[in-house]
Design a binder for this molecule. Sequence first.
Ligand SMILES: Nc1nc2c(c(=O)[nH]1)N[C@H]1C(S)=C(S)[C@@H](COP(=O)(O)O)O[C@H]1N2
Ligand SMILES: [Mo]
Length: 387
Amino acid sequence: MTRRSQVRRAGRFVVRRPRAPRPEDFTGPAHSAPVAARLGLWLGVAFGLCFVTGLLSHAAAQPPVWFGWPSRPVHLYRITQGVHVLAGIAAIPLLLAKLWSVYPRLFVRPPRRPGRLAGHLLERLSILVLVCAAFFELVTGVFNVAQSYPWRFFFPAAHYAVAWLAVGALLVHVGVKLPVTRAALAGRLDREPVPGRRAFLRTAAGTATVAVLATAGSTVPWLRRVSALAWSSGTGPQGVPVNRTATAAGIVVPADWHLEVVWPGGRHRLDLADLTALPQRTGRLPIACVEGWSAVADWTGVPVADLLAAVGAPTGRPVRVSSLESAGLYATSTLPAAHVGDPLTLLALRVNGEVLAPDHGYPCRIIAPSRPGVLQTKWVSRLEVLG
Ligand SMILES: Nc1nc2c(c(=O)[nH]1)N[C@H]1C(S)=C(S)[C@@H](COP(=O)(O)O)O[C@H]1N2
Ligand SMILES: [Mo]
């Protein structure tokens, strides 16, 4: 009990009415501006990486007219998406540590002066939005990685929209806290080291590092052996993991399967023997899923540009790819002109020296450099050169 607590005499007993806690009551080493500032800085970096790489991924998957996602370097998308997911994983323990550090501030009394009260409430509201949006992003992201969607909304659209909310609230928060953060980071708040603070920060940073190492094997091959929690092992038929099998997608390849190539003013049909007879090229290319996993394999097939040229179709234009899987998100994808022109953009017939397994898209699939995995369409049946 502190001196401010009210004391009332009632007969022979002294009754103390407890008062609401105040931030100053929380004296543990984690609850201090220097700790909160440092965690805030790390979280800012993690969320900043998530936001920028998320925007890139969104733009690569649904390019706006003014944006061209490059086909080189070959591993570009793999890197940006790996960073996206791993920065999100690192942010989980950092966010929990930050909330633990600052939760005593829930007990700050609102100022009495009406002018200040409005500012105070706005700042509190921005923190509420920030915390909710941050949790939403991290939780839905982890569920997406686990390929589980126990909700009704469309994950990419919701994850993208809430990212803007999170970043807006984060900018407000950083703006409000800038003076105290700068003072804290510059060591101006406490000159004496306080025991326990470093240990708390080290534990938070260590937990984030362990979380990243435990999952990074999904995309960093040499970490596969230490990544006990990696969601993709790198194994599957022909050494490449499979997200959706041919059976799951309901694929039945018809006996008279052929590839139809269509362009403004012409069309051409090729069967598998025609495709196999064309000059083949092999490229060591990754599949990089938006879920953060990636796998590199030797893919062999006909470069799409060569195929178009061979049948007399124009090159240098975007190409719409259709799958035997006729419904749903994966039924079609569009190769931008830059990808069509890249000699490593393949209509692949083989992987790691073998004819594609049904689960990898037999008879043929698109494999293009630096492309979101979701657009590497399997079981291709039609290519349409767009006008
Ligand atoms: N037709 C079709 N193509 C598809 C898919 C699919 O479900 N159907 N999955 C996509 C996704 S999400 C990824 S990451 C890559 C690699 O998935 P895979 O491992 O199932 O081949 O293929 C893509 N191509
Ligand atoms: Mo994917």
